[in-house]
Structure formats: structure tokens, C-alpha cells
Design a protein around this ligand. Structure first.
Ligand code: NAD
Length: 254
């Protein structure tokens, strides 16, 4: 648990029902913030996790909606802001790979228009559309945004060509939003390397071992490692904006 008191602060975390999003929701709520957890309408983990956290005595509400759908995403953000009574922190974390196993860049035939469209609308355009919907409330609160990019967005391979492009886009949109929402709202991103979540659970052992071999810290990145940096960028980094912070145990510099 972080040693911060965020009583009175209101946060919306997209893709909050599992992995990095859930770790972020949990840490913010344990610091006494009121948190809206976005999740897909039909994902049972969403309401289950909200019920579990509520039973633990923290203030978490459910914000169902598909961030990849323009109308649904905007309506979800507006509803969450109304229910929270404003917004101090937005974490654009929802994302998908669209593939069970990484697709090597040489396998062009496995990548079609549909995968491009799905990954761009879910991973990239969602960041802009939800930030746009939340901008008035965030400006009023002098708030902050953190987006979840990836080391795939800063030059590493990632799970596919469209995935890497979507995350490079997140790095770029982070800079543009930082310019566009200054000086009242700071906007940053995190770029995790391979994180132990349900996302990577089914990946071949050799992929996971390769990440460990390249890591300087010699352990797998956990969702909580990323959540800590997200919260630092939200609440503590008053002179940092437009930046993307890599969280990979030193993998990209080894
Ligand atoms: P995860 O699968 O546990 O979390 C992703 C969450 O986003 C899930 O709860 C999923 O249901 C939700 N989601 C997917 N599409 C959505 C949509 N259209 N609308 C609303 N919610 C949606 O995996 P994770 O690793 O915690 O992923 C979180 C973020 O971290 C993603 O943006 C991912 O690209 C990024 N990331 C993950 C890794 C990794 O190795 N796990 C590495 C770098 C970046």
C-alpha cells in the first residue's frame, strides 16, 4: 500500500478489471480515492472485482463500457464523471493484443484489416476519445492523465505489427494531449515491458524466459510495479508532462 491520502480525489481507470488496471484501481482506492472501474459490459470480472473491493471497505464503482466504441466510450466516461462528482485522475489503460500468441513481423499474412481496425480503435483512438470526454472535468480539477503504452511503442517488437503501431500512437497522443491540455492537466504514459498478467499467461515459456534473460533486475514485471509508476505520475510528478516512462527491469537498455 502507498503512503498517500487521496481522500476527495476521483479517478477513472479503463480496463480496470484485471492486470495493470486492477492493480491501479486497488492502489488508488486503498489510498482513499473514489475510483470508477471501467470494464467490458459482459466481463464478469468487472462486477466481481467491484463487489470484492467494496466488501473490503474501499470506494469503487463500476463503469461498464467498450472504450473501442466511440458512443459507448463517451457515454461511459460521462456517466462515471457524473457518478464520481468530477474527475481528478484518468488512466487510459484498456488494451488488447487481438492474438493469443505474438505474430512475428515476417508473417504478414496473419495480419488483416480487421486486426488493424480493432487494435487502433481499442488501444489508440480510445485514449483520445476518453481524454476528450473527460477534459472539461479534468481541467476544472487541475487533474492528470496517464496512458498505458508499451515497450512495443518505443521500438521493441510487441505482439504484432498493428499492436506496436497502436502503442507508438499512444506515445505520440500523450505528447499532443500534454500540449493541448496544458497548463491545467498533465498527461504522461507508462511503457511496460512484458508484465505477468492474464495477457501473457498463455505465452510460450521461451518468450517469458527471453524477457527474463534480457532483464537487468532478473524478475518478471508485476502489475503492481506498473501501478506504482502510474500513481506517481498522477499525483506526485508536478513538473512531468508529455513523457513516457519505461518499466521493464532494464530490458531495453541491456
Ligand atoms: P489484461 O488483459 O489483464 O488487461 C486489459 C484489460 O482491458 C482487460 O480487463 C480487458 O477486459 C480490458 N479491455 C480490453 N478491451 C477493452 C475495451 N474495448 N473496453 C474496455 N475494456 C477493455 O492485461 P494487462 O497486461 O493488464 O493490460 C493492460 C494494458 O497494459 C494494455 O493497454 C496493454 O496493452 C498494456 N501492456 C501490457 C503488457 C503485458 O505484458 N501484459 C505490456 C505492455 C503493455
Amino acid at each position: 500500500m502507498l503512503n498517500q491520502d487521496l481522500r476527495g480525489r476521483r479517478a477513472l481507470v479503463t480496463g480496470g478489471a484485471s492486470g495493470i488496471g486492477l492493480a491501479t484501481v486497488t492502489m488508488l482506492a486503498e489510498c482513499n480515492a473514489k475510483v470508477a472501474m471501467n470494464h467490458l459490459e459482459d466481463d464478469p470480472a468487472g462486477r466481481e472485482q467491484v463487489a470484492r473491493l467494496t466488501a473490503e471497505g474501499v470506494d469503487v464503482i463500476s463503469a461498464p463500457g467498450d472504450v473501442g466504441d466511440p458512443n459507448d466510450a463517451e457515454a461511459m466516461a460521462q456517466r462515471a464523471i457524473t457518478e464520481l462528482g468530477g474527475l481528478d485522475y484518468l488512466v487510459n489503460n484498456a488494451g488488447m493484443s487481438g492474438t493469443e500468441m505474438p505474430i512475428p513481423p515476417s508473417n504478414l499474412d496473419m495480419i488483416d484489416e480487421e486486426l488493424w481496425q480493432t487494435l487502433l480503435t481499442t488501444n489508440l483512438i480510445s485514449v483520445f476519445r476518453i481524454s476528450k470526454a473527460a477534459a472539461p472535468a479534468l481541467k476544472e480539477a487541475n487533474g492528470a492523465i496517464v496512458n498505458t503504452a508499451s515497450t512495443a511503442g518505443i521500438g521493441l517488437q510487441g505482439s504484432s505489427t498493428p499492436y506496436a503501431a497502436s502503442k507508438s500512437g499512444v506515445v505520440s497522443v500523450t505528447r499532443s494531449l500534454a500540449r493541448g491540455l496544458a497548463p491545467s492537466v498533465r498527461v504522461n504514459a507508462v511503457a511496460p515491458g512484458q508484465v505477468e498478467t492474464r495477457w501473457t499467461a498463455g505465452w510460450p515459456e521461451k518468450h517469458k524466459q527471453a524477457a527474463l534473460d534480457k532483464s537487468l533486475i532478473k524478475r518478471h514485471v508485476q502489475p503492481e510495479d506498473v501501478a506504482q509508476v502510474i500513481i506517481f505520475l498522477l499525483i506526485g510528478a508536478s513538473m512531468i508532462t508529455g513523457q513516457t516512462i519505461v518499466i521493464d527491469g532494464g530490458m531495453t537498455v541491456s
